[in-house]
Design a protein around this ligand. Structure first.
Ligand SMILES: Nc1ncnc2c1ncn2[C@@H]1O[C@H](COP(=O)(O)OP(=O)(O)OP(=O)(O)O)[C@@H](O)[C@H]1O
Ligand SMILES: [Mg+2]
Length: 238
């Protein structure tokens, strides 16, 4: 197995207030991993730190064998880290197609990657996006925006895709479609996936490994195939 992402004693803070404490994590290439924990434990901060939106105050981030700890966010995107942030953050005034095009920025300067526009497989994964390609993103439903946010991240042809609570506030039928698309992104495109998820059922059905955060620390990790969600529910539930 090859390690795609390795965090070593990663720390981060908002001003004087430390939020991440010596976080260690190892993500194998091709795997699907769930990061779980109660509200406010630091899950989003950890993803922001991995993508470079949030500054590291200590430790190291190694991606694809290279130390990216001090690389700017756009440099990490170019290295192949894709991000679907919590709350989706699509550009409301831009059309679906324009939002997808923004995702192409991660390709600039990368060797050996096709840059001929939005790859067809994105529309194949999310057929709805074809139908609504000209619509302003601000007018879309939450589920449509989520599909667009995932499509935008895929436009940058990531090797690693980080998703922060992609099922939050989305109706169950669309959650199923998103789960199905994520499985295909993994199996057909070979993208490694780390997903922040509050629903253990979803985490267990999608990921083969889990990491639990409490107060800015990873307090437990393991295999979702060897342990049941019930065994760790007490660490996650309020
Ligand atoms: N911009 C900020 N400035 C100061 N403190 C912040 C900021 N963003 C988050 N925090 C604090 O950092 C801690 C971790 O927040 P974070 O958003 O990473 O948690 P989370 O696990 O993603 O929570 P949720 O499940 O609600 O999304 C919380 O105590 C939060 O109040
Ligand atoms: Mg969060």
């Amino acid at each position: 197995m090859t390690t795609l992402l390795k965090l070593e004693k990663v720390s981060s803070a908002y001003g004087q207030s430390k939020v991440l404490w010596d976080v260690g994590m190892q993500i194998e290439q091709g795997s699907a991993v769930a990061l779980i924990g109660r509200n406010g434990v630091g899950k989003t901060t950890l993803l922001n730190t991995i993508v470079g939106v949030q500054k590291l105050t200590g430790g190291k981030i190694i991606f694809g064998g290279e130390d990216v700890s001090t690389a700017p966010a756009h440099g990490r995107a170019r290295a192949g880290i894709g991000y679907v942030p919590q709350g989706r953050h699509v550009f409301p005034q831009l059309s679906v197609m324009e939002n997808l095009t923004v995702g192409l920025a991660a390709l600039s300067g990368r060797k050996g990657l096709a840059q001929s526009g939005i790859a067809e497989h994105i529309f194949d994964l999310f057929p709805k996006l074809t139908q609504i390609h000209a619509r302003k993103a601000g007018l879309l439903s939450g589920g449509e925006q989520q599909q667009l946010a995932i499509g935008r991240a895929l436009a940058g042809q990531p090797r690693l895709l980080l998703l922060d609570e992609p099922t939050e506030g989305i109706q169950p039928s669309v959650v199923k479609q998103i789960e199905h698309a994520l499985r295909r992104i993994r199996t057909e495109l070979g993208v490694t996936i780390v997903i922040v998820e509050q629903y253990l059922d979803f985490a267990w059905s999608f990921a083969e490994r889990y990491h639990v955060m409490q107060r800015g620390k990873i307090v437990r990790e393991g295999s979702t195939r060897e342990e049941s969600a019930a065994e760790i529910a007490h660490l996650v539930n309020i």
